[in-house]
Write a protein that binds this ligand. Structure first.
Ligand code: ZN
Length: 374
């Protein structure tokens, strides 16, 4: 039988253990103290990573005095952090960009004030800001960038356009955003995908093979055989025509979907009849006609030969938006749409957009610039 030996530690080990115990207590205390500090910073909305860097840079008191600040958070998270720029970071409006702090540093170096930097960041993408930071300092930034929809990437075009036309800043920003400073049909954007809010005009064209989801228009609603339109848009038209009928009116479709080739033929016919100038002015080039989307309708009246003089025309002006349609080329907006007034040309955009356009009395181009051009 084994006798259990009483283990007795020798004196030096006891001492060592005591020391280790004390060290452990100190380490735990330091750790708890450190966590408390981190949590104080994190409670203000800073990330773990930023909080650590704030602590190791001895900026906790500064950060506590500033409070929640997303730009500051990004600065302390970033490898581009420069201590001299600390005060500036906290005064510049945050935007979500990967190299935000690097761009801010560049702009500060260029001599921009914090309010200018906020404006620059607000109106440009990461790439826009990076390339803007490379150019010489611009003096009167607010002139254009204080306007809501101004785009940093259009800055030079705003300058040129307002210099050449004498337009005020707001008009300049709108018109340049709508590409009205460009030559029609040149450097046009190609619109690839179908959508009910798609914009096709002299600056935004369709490929030859673009074809929407088409259905045939029944003879009751068409002035000719074999006409087609986009399905949802046609259903909306039929609903509208039925309601118009109840009001004693007759709506009919004179033209709807036209293929790329149809537009080629039309242009050739008109050119033969009236010459180049006429075609340039009044006939959309192939690929640039809204009729190729299947969403455009040239509407006629069954009671009058001249649509603009008909009761149907008046009724459409007040009611079409309820069915998702807008008058596409109003007379007073010829400058914006680039087309002369067409009282008969309606475009299906869906009721959300048609209502907005009707209530705010704007064009589809302006709606696009406001909400769709991201
Ligand atoms: Zn038309």
């Amino acid at each position: 039988m084994k006798v259990k030996k009483k283990i007795r530690l020798k004196a030096p080990y006891v001492k060592l253990l005591k020391v280790l115990g004390v060290i452990l207590v100190i380490v735990i205390a330091i750790f708890l103290f450190y966590r408390k500090q981190i949590n104080e910073i994190k409670d203000l909305g800073y990330s773990e990573k930023a909080s650590n860097n704030i602590l190791f840079n001895f900026k906790k008191d500064y950060v506590l005095s500033v409070g929640e600040n997303k730009t500051l958070n990004a600065a302390f998270e970033s490898p581009d952090f420069i201590e001299d720029n600390l005060e500036d970071y906290s005064k510049i409006d945050y935007v979500k960009q990967d190299n935000l702090i690097r761009n801010i540093n560049k702009l500060i170096k260029k001599g921009y004030m914090n309010s200018d930097i906020s404006l620059i960041l607000k109106h440009g993408s990461e790439e826009d800001v990076a390339s803007f930071a490379k150019r010489d300092k611009v003096k009167y930034l607010e002139e254009f960038l204080s306007i809501n929809n101004a785009k940093l990437s259009n800055y030079d075009r705003y300058l040129n356009y307002s210099y050449e036309t004498g337009e005020d800043e707001e008009t300049t920003v709108l018109y340049v955003n709508l590409n009205l400073d460009k030559t029609p049909y040149e450097d046009a954007t190609i619109v690839e995908d179908f959508s009910y809010d798609m914009v096709v005009n002299k600056y935004r064209g369709l490929n030859e093979d673009f074809v929407p989801n088409l259905v045939s228009i029944s003879e009751k609603y068409a002035s000719d055989k074999g006409m087609k339109a986009e399905k949802v848009a046609l259903n909306a038209f039929i609903k509208m025509a039925k309601d118009a009928e109840k009001a004693g009116l007759g709506l009919v479709i004179n033209s709807s979907y036209r293929s790329y080739q149809d537009q080629v033929d039309i242009a050739e016919t008109y050119q033969g009849l009236y010459g180049d100038d006429y075609v340039t002015k009044y006939v959309a080039k192939p690929g640039f006609s809204e009729h190729q989307t299947g969403l455009a309708f040239d509407i006629g009246s069954t009671t009058s030969n001249i649509f603009a003089n008909s009761k149907e025309y008046t009724w459409m002006l007040e009611n079409a938006y309820k069915y998702g349609f807008i008058l596409r080329f109003p007379q007073k907006y010829e400058d914006i749409t680039g087309f002369r007034s067409e009282p008969w040309h309606y475009r299906y955009v869906g009721t959300k957009i048609s209502k907005y356009i009707y209530e705010n009395d704007i064009t589809l181009e302006e709606y696009y610039a406001l909400f769709l051009d991201k």
